[in-house]
Write a protein that binds this ligand. Structure first.
Ligand SMILES: *Cc1c(COP(=O)(O)O)cnc(C)c1O
Length: 379
């Protein structure tokens, strides 16, 4: 099955009860048994739920994996992965990691005796010097947020395999329309399904996909034992979202290309960060591992001025100023004062998050309206 068919049919069967084409929302916590243990495979909805099960099969299918798991949020999915580790274990991750992931690692799991290293993963050789016998996990994100750096997944997977380390990729920004990390050697793919997979800014959800059966078993155990599962209504919404993932992503990417080109030539714009631009520092890796370049763009204006940047954001009408990304509607954000405000100014500016940086989640509206909106806001 090709990707555009998998989003609609992958891992799906019509409901056995009445042949419903979409899986019903099984809004139930428990299932009748005829005799103790006499059930139809479902006992209790923390462990199993048919609506969630249909969604988990879809996750696995679109990421070219064998096993899918759904969680109550992206962070709950990451939390489940870290629970594979023990005190004393070490993790190596990127230095421009999603803020919530950084907080989970440093503010929760460091207290449990797990050690985290953060390094620029665009240069895989930097990782080697941090590896020792305690290193158990590489955690990568690509493209990164908000600088849209690209990490070479194949190169990292080689480092992980050579050293017998688990390798996880947060694929939230790219989605499997653009890249399937398991095919490039990753062991675990993670999603904040809140973003593109759900696609309509109406649900918070997380996902993991793996191929290895014993790894899957451990994660299913954690999912059930810790209990951070999504409900059936949210599972239904994300399953419905995935059915249009391929056409939404196609338009997100097309619109982003036009906007990146527009900004790149605008006299008031200093620098545009979008991996599809030939002047992007990781463009060649991006071209080799991505089918397209995604709907996320960051840029800086020429006067590196906090107040003027805020005014640009306030003038935008179609781009809504908001956290989050990946929905059908265009959003704008100011990383320095919003998503990355908790990082000290000196630290954040080292990685490029200056006061004039604006991040766009390009939606699927008409491109001429989006460009007109940016044009009037920059003037
Ligand atoms: C949003 C996001 C997360 C966290 O997911 P939630 O669903 O908000 O818990 C993790 N990684 C990336 C890249 C994200 O954008």
């Amino acid at each position: 099955m090709k990707f555009n068919t998998k989003t609609i049919h992958g891992g799906q069967t019509h409901d056995p009860a009445y042949g419903a084409v979409m899986p019903p929302i099984y809004q139930t916590s428990t299932y009748a048994q005829t005799t103790p243990g006499g059930h139809k495979g479902f006992e209790y909805s923390r462990t199993h739920n048919p609506t969630r099960h249909a969604l988990e099969n879809s996750f696995a299918s679109i990421e070219n994996g064998k096993h899918g798991l759904a969680f109550g949020s992206g962070l709950a999915a990451i939390d489940a992965v870290i629970k594979l580790l023990k005190p004393g274990d070490e993790v190596i991750s990127t230095n421009d990691l999603y803020g919530g992931t950084y907080r989970l690692f440093t503010k929760i799991y460091e207290d449990f005796g797990i050690k985290f290293h953060f390094v620029g993963m665009e240069t895989p050789s930097k990782i080697n010097s941090l590896i020792n016998k305690k290193t158990k996990l590489l955690w990568a994100e690509t493209p990164t947020n908000p600088m849209l750096n690209i990490v070479d997944i194949k190169a990292l997977s080689k480092v992980a395999k050579t050293n017998n380390i688990l390798f996880a990729v947060d694929n939230t920004f790219a989605t499997p329309y653009i890249q399937t990390p398991l095919d490039l050697g990753a062991d675990i793919v993670m999603h904040s399904a809140t973003k593109y997979l759900g696609g309509h800014s109406d649900v918070v959800m997380g996902a993991l996909v793996v191929n290895n059966s014993s790894l899957a078993e451990k994660l299913y155990f954690i999912q059930n034992a810790s209990g951070a599962i999504p409900g059936p209504q949210d599972s239904f919404l994300v399953l419905r979202g995935i059915k249009t993932l391929h056409i939404r992503m196609q338009r997100h990417c097309e619109n982003a290309k036009m906007i990146a080109d527009f900004l790149n030539e605008h006299p008031k714009v200093e620098k545009v960060y979008w991996p599809g631009l030939t002047n992007h520092k990781n463009h060649s890796i991006a071209k080799s591992q991505m089918n397209d370049f995604g709907g996320m763009i960051s840029f800086t204006s020429k006067n590196n001025d906090y107040d003027e940047t805020i005014r640009i954001l306030e003038r935008l009408k179609i781009f809504t100023l908001a956290e989050s990304l990946g929905g059908v509607e265009s959003l704008s954000g100011h990383p320095a004062s919003m998503t990355h405000a908790s990082i000290p100014k000196v630290e954040r500016e080292k990685s490029g998050v200056v006061d004039s940086l604006i991040r766009l989640s390009v939606g699927i509206e008409d491109i001429s309206d989006l460009i007109q909106d940016l044009k009037q806001a920059l003037e």
